[in-house]
Design a protein around this ligand. Structure first.
Ligand code: PMP
Length: 360
């Protein structure tokens, strides 16, 4: 049998039809495409970290329940009593685990669109039914359409990114609560950008048993670490735990996270700087003719360049070694849209100065 035939025979059609998630090469570029914190740690912190890491015993398997990390995060995040945390290799993995756990007879996933692409991508790879509910023109939730669809399609899980990626806004809290009350399924509130919004819906965990809250250390400044956090009622979490591979959070990751949580003020300071610079970039973008810009509660800004075209602007920026995210083509409401992550002052200035030239 030819290898192609064997592949077709053995691999699921959903996988055969899929494209692998593309991560662009960013060598030598000013990297403003992936919502990373642009700051490194001061030398003394790096030194203290490498001293701390000496205790790693890499001959042993990691602590499967990450008990030290659990204790530190539980107080750092102020998680409510009667809830439990579960850790993922990034929150991407947690989204995947939630989806993998679903019963065949209740396999509908719902998320607003445009939103974080993994909700759609993982649904499709896992052969679940995905319903993307278009947001209103101002990127708020279309509540009546969602309620109607919830009743008709009985989604098992509704994912709500809060703030939303790539639009940057916070959905109305009372709309979210209405959805929580209307669905018999789970609502996952994905607070990946919490540190930039400084608002949380954590209190919903105390009010509703069908809510899970997700955080990640990625945007706070540890994208390289891969640590996602899912919080919810232990009844739910203990089912998902069965799907988590026992050693998904390696020893080096656990220790690094333990270390940095003890030094969390450094990352919070950096996030504060990013929030300030976000207003600077927002104001500068608003002043450029031909740019339409949306306010953001996250560490990125969505903007539209109808006349020049997103393809052109993206390509011109790349010529000047500036990488941002092109969203044009991802969803009809993102026509000619681009997303820029807030970088250092120098990176933001380089981006704004090139963009100004392109838009002339
Ligand atoms: N949720 C949202 C809304 C995101 O935008 C992202 C990253 N782009 C993630 C989750 C995934 O984050 P990570 O896997 O790095 O924790």
């Amino acid at each position: 049998m030819m290898i192609e035939d064997r592949i077709k025979q053995l691999i699921k059609p959903a996988i055969l039809d899929a494209q692998a998630y593309h991560v662009p090469d960013s060598n030598d570029l000013i990297k403003l495409d992936a919502m990373e914190n642009p700051y490194l740690w001061p030398e003394e912190i790096k030194k203290a970290w490498s001293d701390y890491m000496q205790q790693a015993e890499l001959n042993r398997y990691p602590d499967a329940s990450a008990s030290v990390l659990r204790e530190k995060l539980s107080s750092a995040l102020n998680i409510p009593d009667n809830t439990t945390m579960m850790f993922g290799n990034g929150s991407d993995e947690l989204i995947q685990i939630i989806m993998m756990a679903l019963n065949k007879s209740s396999n509908v996933i719902m998320a607003p669109e445009p939103s974080f692409v993994m909700y759609r991508l993982l649904s499709s790879l896992l052969e679940l039914d995905y319903i993307g509910m278009p947001l209103n023109d101002d990127f708020s939730l279309n509540l009546s359409a969602m309620l109607k669809s919830i009743e008709e399609n009985q989604p098992a899980v509704i994912f709500l990114a809060w703030p939303n990626n790539p639009t940057g806004n916070l959905f109305d809290q009372s709309d979210i609560e209405t959805i929580i009350k209307a669905t018999s399924g789970l609502v996952v509130i994905d607070e990946a950008y919490h540190v930039f919004a400084q608002k949380s819906m954590m209190s919903c965990l105390e009010k509703y048993k069908n809510v899970l809250l997700m955080r990640t250390l990625s945007k706070l400044g540890l994208a390289g670490l891969r640590l996602g956090i899912l919080v919810g009622a232990s009844e739910w979490i203990s089912e998902f735990e069965k799907l988590r591979l026992p050693y998904n959070i390696g020893t080096l990751n656990q220790l690094s996270a333990n270390f940095i949580i003890d030094n969390i003020s450094l990352l919070e300071q950096q996030a504060g700087q990013i929030r300030n610079d976000r207003s600077v970039v927002f104001n500068a973008l608003s002043d450029i003719k031909g740019v339409e810009v949306w306010p953001s509660e996250a560490n990125f800004i969505l903007f539209k360049v109808t006349e020049k075209g997103a393809e052109h602007v993206h390509a011109e920026l790349l010529k000047h070694k500036i990488l941002i995210k092109k969203l044009h083509g991802a969803h009809p409401s993102l026509e000619n849209c681009l997303r820029v992550t807030i970088g250092t002052k120098e990176e933001n200035s380089a981006f704004l100065s090139e963009l100004n030239k392109i838009m002339k």
